[in-house]
Design a protein around this ligand. Structure first.
Ligand code: HSE
Length: 347
């Protein structure tokens, strides 16, 4: 079986995913009987190439590494923006990886809508459209018998979303508590080790954890987006970004970090959902947790989430929360899920 893919956005995640296809394509074919062929890539900075016969992952990566753009890549069509790629490409699945905007959800939401309207399934790691417009987009996908994969929107490739939706929702998820932003956790860990806030943020950017505009990370918007996604997808709570009681980490000083350490505690940016007044109370805030707390030992860009369920009690997942290969892997997980769903339907 073969899926033709069009990538919108070729930053860290797009390149990480393409590296996975370049390096693991034969294994995926052998293990799962599926080949993923990239037929188009559109990136605001690097240009746009499309070839229904397929583009070589290695060639795309080399072009960007050596020239910073797709100018030297052989292609049939060029210059398509994200919307044109979504509409006109020969893809079965559009992989939407453009930058996250948690205020408008654009341009990603437009790309996703256009792809679904053109009869293409969508995989995205982009939190904007899913935190803001999941109900509309998932309904559009369902109406058309298409898939919308969103695993990478929370905890990168650590399987927090599909596990939650497919395997834990039936246990009745009553509360969620987690470290949901890799950049903040990395900064807090490095500050505890003696680094300055600025140096730690720069490292997080260099390592590909931070958003294009890291304000979204350090002010808690990114974690709030993930809390909203988990509330909607796992708890059926239709909350929005404006419902999250949010504080970031930018006001924490080295003295705060030291004071916590002296008291045998550690700062963590905690995202949480809990029942309140017949609804769900959502929050993101820095909290001092004792070293004995299960989340205290989660360090660096690692994330963790505890789902407190009625039937199973607490189930905790710990794993990477950001990073190019780690988030690229989430795209692969969603694509394999699309393949499994198609196989079950006998498509
Ligand atoms: N900027 C995000 C983080 C990327 O640091 O967690 C993953 O969503």
């Amino acid at each position: 079986m073969e899926y033709r893919l069009a990538l919108i956005g070729f930053g860290n995640v797009g390149q990480g995913f393409t590296e996975i296809l370049r390096d693991h394509g034969p294994r995926l074919l052998e293990q799962f009987g599926v080949r993923f062929r990239i037929v188009g890539v559109s990136d605001q900075l690097k240009g746009s190439v499309h070839d229904p016969a397929g583009l070589e992952p290695g060639e795309l990566l080399d072009a960007v590494r050596l020239a910073g753009n797709f100018g030297g890549v052989q292609a049939v069509d060029r210059g398509w923006d994200g919307l044109e790629m979504a509409r006109r490409s020969a893809a079965d699945v559009v992989v939407e990886l453009s930058y996250t905007d948690l205020e408008t959800g654009e341009p990603a939401t437009g790309h996703i809508r256009a792809a679904l309207e053109a009869g293409k399934s969508v995989v995205t790691t982009n939190k904007g459209p899913i935190a803001l417009h999941y109900a509309e987009l998932s309904e559009l996908a369902a109406e058309r018998g298409l898939e919308l994969g969103v695993e990478g929107t929370v905890m990168s490739g650590t399987p927090a979303v599909l596990n939650g939706m497919n395997l834990l929702r039936a246990a009745g998820i009553e509360r969620v508590q987690g470290i949901l932003n890799g950049t903040c956790n990395y900064i807090l860990t490095r500050m505890e080790e003696g680094s300055t806030y600025e140096d730690a943020l720069r490292e997080a950017q260099e390592n590909g954890y931070a958003e294009a505009d890291p304000t979204g990370d350090v002010e808690g918007f990114d974690a709030a987006g993930k809390v909203v996604i988990l509330a909607n997808l796992l708890m059926g709570a239709p909350i929005g970004m404006e419902d999250v009681d949010r504080t970031g980490i930018s006001a924490l000083t080295p003295a705060d970090i030291e004071a916590a350490r002296d008291a045998g505690e550690r700062w963590k940016l905690i995202g949480a959902l809990e029942p309140r007044d017949g609804g769900v109370y959502a929050s993101v805030r820095p909290e001092r947790v004792p070293l004995s707390h299960p989340l205290a030992s989660v360090s660096g860009a690692t994330n963790a989430v505890t789902y407190s369920t009625e039937l199973l009690g607490d189930v905790t997942l710990v794993g990477p929360g950001a990073g190019r290969l780690e988030t690229g892997y989430a795209v692969l997980v969603d694509l394999l899920e699309i393949q499994r769903t198609a196989a079950r339907r006998g498509a």
